[in-house]
Write a protein that binds this ligand. Structure first.
Ligand code: HEC
Ligand code: HEC
Length: 477
């Protein structure tokens, strides 16, 4: 598990500085793999390579109100949605900000940055304790009430931070990427900002009005909530933010092992992603597609040509790194997963076992979210996975008396439905490398942990090699 440790982080920072200085002093051939192909403000460093954001104007307009503090606590959207972290934040970047500002950067505000809004934040040591969830997991405390007329009651609250109640459950959730948004079929982890119903248009392209309405509502609530504004900003401000975030695309562009991801018929990077064909329901595996085209399990087809290395290039290590990425893609697209016990899927289709793949749930071609709003419970919030740093809620079904424990009721806090407990959307899978940790509560510290989760949850039986190939692939998205 994570342990936020101040001295170790400082040490790590020093090492990083030394490596950087050395790299500049002696950039020989070995270092060249670490260099971006050209200096470009749209390309930023992440742990396994370089991440690219593509915008229509070819630059990021820092004058947009996305970057301006619009409330009372000094925060902007950019406090929690950063380019270099795929437009969310990584736990590591939050730790660096804590160190650099001694825990006073605007992301560190009691309202939802701290484990409890009542936490003592008066000293450095108090702040390190108060913001431990944000520092260790990169999560924000989303406070939501029990819905009226729910099919269940909250019968017990076990909150290590002594704050949560039926009036406001504390739900620790990762900021979602404020990029690649035009393909969102649900906005927020529980879809609660999916403002207008998404109609499946028959032609290619998404109905932009629907997604804009959702994003406008989301931005307004972010300004009033996260930024603690006393009143709503003008609609022109909201419109500029929505314009900004819905026109940017983000994906890994360069991999330290494999080099440029859009070379030699590779289709990685944000510029190609921006051209991606999409409509609501595209390639849906479960009968929600608006066209008669059958489901194509080859959901991600970015690296098809990298599978068989040309023997004449066998001394180029990039070729082998590329082959690993291509094998990972193959596993994602075709490795059999016996999907059982997933609420929203097995119960909805009446099939106890679905012979699926990763792409059954991540079905949007080359994007990887679900192409229809499909909140699913894959077990991330289950009591069995609870760690002592997370609150645990006991819910009792009013009709049947059944009892369930969960760290986050997910969709059920919106609908009040017993069947919706623990359901979350499957997020977009592009630009993953810069945005660890993963899952709604940041419970997977690395992509390897994500792969290990699936291996255990669905008893896949992956070999060490297969796990590494999957990680290489996910890191290149
Ligand atoms: C204090 C941190 C914080 C700030 C500031 C913040 N956000 Fe977020 N954002 C989050 C969190 C956490 C979530 C996920 C919450 C959930 O799903 O319950 C989120 C989700 C989102 C989403 C949903 C993306 C998706 O795919 O569903 C968008 C869009 C977004 N934020 C945009 C913004 C904008 C625009 C602003 C500024 C007006 C902003 N955020 C300010 C933390 C923040
Ligand atoms: C049964 C449906 C299902 C299957 C099968 C599935 N996923 Fe997921 N995936 C989800 C859902 C739902 C989430 C969000 C869960 C949460 O956070 O509570 C998710 C989240 C993720 C994330 C985290 C993204 C982020 O931003 O945090 C990654 C990475 C991922 N899946 C990769 C995979 C891979 C690789 C496979 C195949 C080994 C796979 N998934 C199979 C439904 C599925």
């Amino acid at each position: 598990m994570f342990r936020y440790c101040l001295p170790r982080t400082r040490g790590r920072l020093r090492v990083a500085m030394a490596v950087l200085l050395l790299g500049v002093a002696a950039a020989g051939p070995a270092q060249q793999a670490l260099m971006p192909p050209r200096a470009d403000p749209l390309i930023t460093r992440d742990p396994s390579g370089w991440l690219q954001t593509s915008t229509p104007g070819g630059r990021i307009d820092k004058r947009n109100p996305f970057f301006r503090s619009l409330g009372s606590n000094g925060r902007s959207c950019n406090s929690c949605h950063r380019q270099e972290n795929g437009w969310t934040v990584s736990a590591e970047s939050v730790q660096q900000r804590f160190e650099a500002t001694r825990g006073t950067d605007p992301i560190f505000r009691p309202v939802d940055g701290a484990n409890s809004p009542l936490a003592d934040v008066s000293t450095y040591a108090a702040r390190a304790a108060a913001y431990s969830m944000l520092l260790e997991r990169g999560v924000i405390r989303v406070g939501l009430p029990m819905p009226a007329n729910a099919e269940f009651t909250l019968t017990k609250v076990d909150d290590p931070y002594h704050y949560a109640s039926a009036k406001e459950l504390s739900l620790f959730r990762r900021p979602l990427p404020a990029t690649n948004l035009i393909w969102d079929t649900a906005v927020m982890w529980d879809g609660r900002e999916t403002f207008a119903p998404f109609k499946p248009p028959m032609d290619a392209g998404i109905d932009m009005e629907d997604i804009r309405a959702s994003l406008a509502s989301q931005a307004l609530h972010a300004i009033l909530g996260h930024e603690q504004a006393a009143s709503a900003p003008g609609s022109d401000v909201i419109a500029s933010i929505v314009d900004f975030e819905s026109h940017q695309f983000t994906a890994q562009y360069f991999d330290d092992g494999a080099g440029r991801l859009n070379e030699d018929n590779g289709m990685g990077g944000a510029a190609i992603l921006a051209q991606q064909k999409f409509w609501v329901g595209i390639n849906d595996a479960l009968g929600n597609a608006p066209t008669t085209e059958p489901f194509d399990p080859r959901v991600i087809r970015l690296f098809d040509d990298w599978r068989d290395p040309d023997p004449s290039f066998r001394f180029d290590s990039r070729v082998w790194a590329r082959a690993a990425i291509a094998r990972g893609q193959q596993l994602f697209n075709s490795m059999r997963i016996e999907i059982t016990g997933v609420a929203g899927l097995n119960d909805a289709t009446g099939r106890a076992v679905i012979h699926g793949t990763c792409g059954t749930c991540h079905d949007s071609p080359n994007i990887g979210n679900h192409s229809v709003g499909a909140p699913l419970n894959i077990g991330i919030a289950d009591a069995s996975r609870r760690t002592p740093d997370l609150p645990l809620y006991t819910l009792t079904n009013l009709r049947t008396g059944e009892v369930v424990q969960t760290t986050d009721p997910g969709l059920a806090l919106r609908t009040g439905k017993w069947a919706d407990i623990g359901k979350f959307k499957g997020p977009n899978l592009r630009g993953l490398a810069g945005r660890a940790p993963y899952f709604h509560n940041g419970s997977a510290a690395t992509l390897r942990d994500v792969v290990d989760f699936y291996d255990q949850r669905f008893h896949i039986g992956l070999s060490e090699q297969q796990k590494r190939d999957l990680v290489a692939f996910l890191s290149a998205l």
